[in-house]
Design a protein around this ligand. Structure first.
Ligand code: ZN
Length: 384
């Protein structure tokens, strides 16, 4: 792949394995480590994009699978691309659809040339190939597009995971060829293609896949998929430690689907830079919030009935500035929409800010002591 000058990654500081960097894209800079809010359907559920920007988010993720099915990538392209469609001028990443196809769409057939699946919306039959997934993401126009991968389920046996790796690598070569073909034709915004390292919890498969992917192109970023899918935490940390020496050192590393506060700090400590997770907004829909001294709490608990403290006294979000736990609990129990909005603002700010704070402590050189104290307070601070 020709290395475009429009995408750059500069490391500002290291503290142990933890890194503070800046990922430059055509739509702006992303200071890393960074949490990416998930805009599944071209919306971070319940929030307007100005609010998402105000929360400090510098890059947002959208889902290829969902936007392909509805409203359709060709329509989005005709309307000016996904940035214009969803009114987000900042850096944008689309996933490949691989994870959704393998986790939520009834699969008809997995073949070497692609996957035949049924839409979860209307049961209609569709085929994703490495080429079509690149075409769809070119139409959507995000800054970062992801290679099509087979994400073997958590708990898959070694043979299954090995087969998924083989297919994912073959698909990567085809994604890259298609990406370069379209790039040569012009007419699209500048984009970069990230490969995805798979291999479940199997050390030999992870190492081999990482090496082969590293050798397959001059990548401007690399993703690690297939973690946080039900494996033990120790297995995830073991794989991340293992991969550290095998990944290209000078590009951002995106750990897909990881973003609970404690996991974020553990992964940052191991040298990973970009994260996404649906938990901030999904938890908000279930009345669940993160606090720095009580960990994750659910506002339905009776102890919040007359609790006049903010959701988290250390948080600087608009929800915590204005509302108390008693009112938020009332909204949750009453099933009010405002509860979801206010808790989404809080949860997103909580994790975006955690990445910001991690960055400043990496720069200051005291990340590991700060992180240890933060985790201890988060995990042991108070009653649940
Ligand atoms: Zn807050």
């Amino acid at each position: 792949m020709s290395r475009s000058s429009l995408f750059r990654f500069a490391l500002q500081a290291r503290d142990g394995q933890a890194r503070a960097g800046t990922f430059t894209t055509p739509h702006g800079d992303v200071r890393t480590p960074a949490f990416m809010p998930v805009g599944t359907q071209g919306t971070v559920k319940g929030l307007v994009m100005e609010e998402v920007a105000d929360l400090g988010a510098e890059i947002v993720l959208a889902n290829t699978y969902h936007l392909y099915l509805r409203p359709g990538h060709e329509l989005v392209h005709r309307l000016g691309g996904l940035h214009a469609f969803m009114r987000w001028d900042g850096p944008l990443l689309t996933d490949s659809g691989g994870y959704q196809v393998f986790s939520m769409a009834p699969i008809r057939e997995v073949r070497d040339d692609g996957v035949v699946f049924k839409s979860h919306l209307d049961g209609s039959s569709h085929t994703f190939t490495p080429e079509s997934v690149v075409d769809i993401q070119r139409s959507l126009g995000a800054d970062v597009v992801m290679a099509f991968d087979e994400c073997a389920p958590g708990g898959a046996d070694h043979a299954h995971a090995r087969e998924a790796n083989r297919r994912t690598l073959a698909w990567l070569h085809r994604c890259k060829a298609r990406f370069e073909e379209l790039e040569g034709m012009g007419g699209y915004p500048a984009q970069t293609l990230f490969p995805i390292v798979q291999g479940n919890v199997y050390e030999d498969l992870r190492l081999e896949h990482a090496r082969r992917i590293r050798d397959a192109g001059n990548w401007e970023g690399v993703a690690i998929g297939g973690l946080s899918v039900g494996e033990a935490k120790e297995d995830m940390w073991r794989v991340l430690d293992l991969l550290d020496g095998e990944l290209p050192p000078d590009v951002p590393r995106y750990l897909m689907g990881v973003g609970y506060p404690d996991d974020l700090l553990e992964a940052i400590a191991r040298g990973y830079d970009l994260f996404d997770c649906v938990a901030p907004t999904r938890n908000a829909r279930h009345g669940t919030a993160w606090t720095s001294e009580e960990g994750q709490v659910n506002l339905k608990a009776a102890r919040f009935r007359d609790d006049t403290r903010p959701m988290d006294p250390w948080c600087d979000c608009g929800t915590c500035a204005r509302y108390d736990r008693a009112y938020l609990r009332h909204l949750v129990v009453a099933g009010e929409w405002l509860a979801v909005r206010l808790l989404s603002v809080h949860n997103l700010r909580f994790v975006v800010r955690l990445a910001e704070e991690a960055r400043s402590h990496i720069v200051a050189g005291d990340f590991h002591a700060w992180s240890r104290d933060w985790l201890e307070r988060y995990e042991n601070g108070g009653p649940r």
